[in-house]
Write a protein that binds this ligand. Sequence first.
Ligand code: HEM
Ligand SMILES: *[C@@H]1O[C@H](CO)[C@@H](O)[C@H](O)[C@H]1NC(C)=O
Length: 343
Amino acid sequence: MASLHESRFGFVHHCLILVLLSAFYFSCSSSVYVSDPPLSLDYYKKTCPTVLEIVRREMECAVLSDPRNAALILRLHFHDCFVQGCDGSVLLDDTITLQGEKKAPNNKDALKGFRILDRIKNLLESECPGIVSCADILTVAARDAVLLVGGPYWDVPLGRKDSRTVGYELSNTNLPTANDGLLSIISKFIYQGLSVTDMVALSGAHTIGMARCVNFRDRIYGDFPVTTAVDPLSMNYLKTLKSQCPPVGEDNKEAAMDYLTPNLFDNSFYHILLRGEGLINSDQELYTSAFALQTRKLVKKYAEDQVAFFEQFAESMVKLGNITEPDTFVDGEVRRNCRFVNT
Ligand code: HEM
Ligand SMILES: *[C@@H]1O[C@H](CO)[C@@H](O)[C@H](O)[C@H]1NC(C)=O
């Protein structure tokens, strides 16, 4: 009986959705429902012609004062885009009625750099009030961050809107974690419309920035069947890491993911994987996993050819920045303060 009820309900439900969908289909202008996001390079050309200069200038100051800031902004952009699209949702603070993404387990204690965006937003609000979305600011800032620490340049399509909603639950399901296996990581990228190639190239972002002890403890204490290279250098590296990250405690103690050139955007991240010395397990899996046939080839390629890595990274960053939910363009806004939805 119960199943009959369910299926009947399901049927009614489906019909309703069909009716609603077709109503939408015929009443809305097609531009709202295009599959590609309506982004363009000259989106602010008339309304805020100095936007790129202002973001660049502020990012220069931020990265000059501490190169780590480049990593913070790049990661923020990634975590924004993987949760309901690049819509600035990650920037929203908690309020009485809204549980923001910042305190979701995958983000808690791990996201920083918000004040850099506040500063850029303030400047843009006095230059061209109400025009430039926080999602766009973050996308341009991430590009500049990469460029300023030696990475490639790419043009950033613009015109994103800021969400009025957050994806606390999605932060838990969509974001990859250090303990994810290779197949899980791949599926999280495919889900976003990104390929295995995009995933391997974008992982090269770990050529800058730090990871916390809590994210590499299992790796260094051998709780994974991942081979750590046996040459003496690597034993020393392991010793250093263990002294920084004890079996218990010091969860937030940080180590560079690319110990060769931690503040330089280059391809040494891939060299480290070839040596079996990736700091977080999910990175080493790209090379070492039993399922790593395709990814291992790409790791080797990017290790050998920095230009190939830069070209693919730039292209994949545009794809990452293109992730959007059509809803955002209808219901979204340009926030006045990146931390709060407009009232
Ligand atoms: C492929 C799957 C990925 C996994 C499993 C992963 C995981 C992680 C983890 C565990 C950390 C350390 C965070 C902490 O301990 O606080 C980290 C840091 C970082 N991630 Fe990823 N990440 C991935 C992909 C990406 C992508 C695609 C980007 C950007 C394009 C990115 C950019 C960064 C940056 C820049 C940092 C350093 C942040 C800092 O210095 O605080 N990651 N990532
Ligand atoms: C990203 O979106 C823009 C504008 O919608 C489009 O022109 C471009 O081809 C897309 N790029 C990629 C790599 O998907």
